[in-house]
Design a protein around this ligand. Structure first.
Ligand code: SF4
Ligand code: SF4
Length: 62
């Protein structure tokens, strides 16, 4: 099992804080939402702790 970050787009304020701290460039502000690239995300959780809106969570994936 691996962990990946997932965003609740209804909570996301599109501030870019999570993009700034991700060590592997696994997320990106795209038009009007945050995109997370599962193939890059290593589940470190830095973005989850950084998000001021509580919009990010780590989920278990196969
Ligand atoms: S969990 Fe880590 S690797 Fe994944 S998007 Fe967040 S900061 Fe980047
Ligand atoms: S830090 Fe949180 S509110 Fe800001 S863009 Fe990322 S998910 Fe959205």
């Amino acid at each position: 099992m691996a962990r990946k970050a997932t965003v609740n787009r209804r909570k996301c304020a599109y501030c870019g804080a999570c993009v700034a701290v991700c060590p592997v460039d696994a997320n990106e502000l795209v038009e009007t939402y945050l995109e997370i690239y599962d193939d890059r995300c290593n589940g470190c959780g830095i973005c989850v702790r950084t998000c001021p809106m509580g919009a990010l969570v780590l989920v278990e994936v196969n």
